[in-house]
Design a protein around this ligand. Structure first.
Ligand code: GLN
Length: 305
């Protein structure tokens, strides 16, 4: 298939959409992103890769980090996840407090903020206050790129403006579902969200999810096949918060978004995809990124359905 032509056609098709959507401003350090930026990378399991746009430009991966945190948690403490974080779609925004109150502090899934905060708590218990460093290292390993780093300016900006995340963490602590001090847990969480990567590296970082947990290029086993299946299932059902159903309906691939404007998606056995465009729709997902993925599945015919 001529993937490069498909990428060029997608870029032409999405060009009229620039100007729609809004860059996230509730984290002040994200507000300076250029809403006209666009990049898309395809990483095939056979080693080939295709790119378009500003694919070398790094951005904050934000909630895409939740995938890697949960991968680590599944490998480390599978059984103890039961009763701490569920695996059901939430049907609510990523930072909503309402459901968490009536469901007694147990988050619906690990891909919304409260779910990832519980995972950050578990990783903090296991690795101590430098847990974020271990998460960064896991991400570097997945992407086979050891120069990736955390943007400390974004992490501090999140800390200063993280009122809702503090509220979520405090609410869960009141129910006994956070074990460590709130500041320590959010330190882990905010730093993980502040990892910076470009689409080349992001696509590469989830390639193992297209190949039963094994990186097909290095042959490193990052996850067992069973866990890889579960992560893909969660990405399909919960990867886009209260727009997860719509994403599955229109794109038909497991995917995960972040408010930095990135989205990753998996075509099982064939490739992983990363797209970047920082202007978001009202669910907090990249507006043009979502459209680009929809066009990709239409032009390539790649979908799990
Ligand atoms: N760090 C962001 C937050 O906590 C992550 C949210 C997201 O990407 N949806 O609000």
């Amino acid at each position: 298939m001529d993937y490069q032509s498909i990428l060029e056609k997608i870029r032409a098709d999405v060009t009229p959409l620039f100007g729609q959507g809004k860059v996230a401003t509730y984290i002040p350090a994200l507000a300076s992103a250029d809403p006209y930026d666009f990049a898309m990378s395809l990483q095939l399991v056979n080693g080939e890769s295709y790119h378009i746009g500003s694919c070398e430009k790094t951005f904050s991966i934000q909630s895409i980090s939740k995938v890697f945190m949960y991968e680590m948690a599944l490998s480390l403490f599978e059984a103890s996840l039961i009763g701490r974080v569920n695996v059901e779609p939430s049907g609510n925004p990523f930072n909503s407090l309402i459901q968490l109150e009536y469901e007694k502090g147990i988050p619906r899934n690990p891909f919304i903020n409260p779910g990832a905060i519980v995972i950050a708590d578990m990783l903090t218990s296991h690795f101590g206050n430098n847990a974020y460093d271990t998460i960064l290292h896991y991400f570097q390993n997945c992407s086979n790129n050891f120069s990736i780093d955390i943007d400390t300016e974004i992490a501090s900006s999140e800390l200063e403006s993280g009122y809702r995340n503090y509220a979520l963490a405090n609410l869960m602590k009141s129910f006994g579902n956070i074990k460590n001090p709130i500041d320590d847990v959010l330190h882990t969480y905010f730093n993980a969200c502040s990892i910076r990567a470009n689409t080349v590296c992001l696509a590469r970082s989830v390639l193992h999810l297209a190949n039963q947990g094994i990186d097909p290029i290095t042959n490193n086993t990052l996850l067992c096949g069973e866990h890889s299946k579960r992560i893909n299932a969660l990405m399909l059902t919960c990867g886009h918060y209260d727009a997860s159903g719509e994403f599955a309906y229109k794109i038909g691939l497991p995917g995960k978004s972040g408010v930095g404007g990135g989205i990753v998606a998996i075509v099982p056995d064939i490739m992983s995809i990363a797209v970047y465009s920082p202007a978001l729709n009202h669910h907090g997902n990249s507006l043009i990124g979502t459209k680009a993925l929809e066009l990709f599945t239409r032009y390539s015919g790649h979908t799990i359905f």
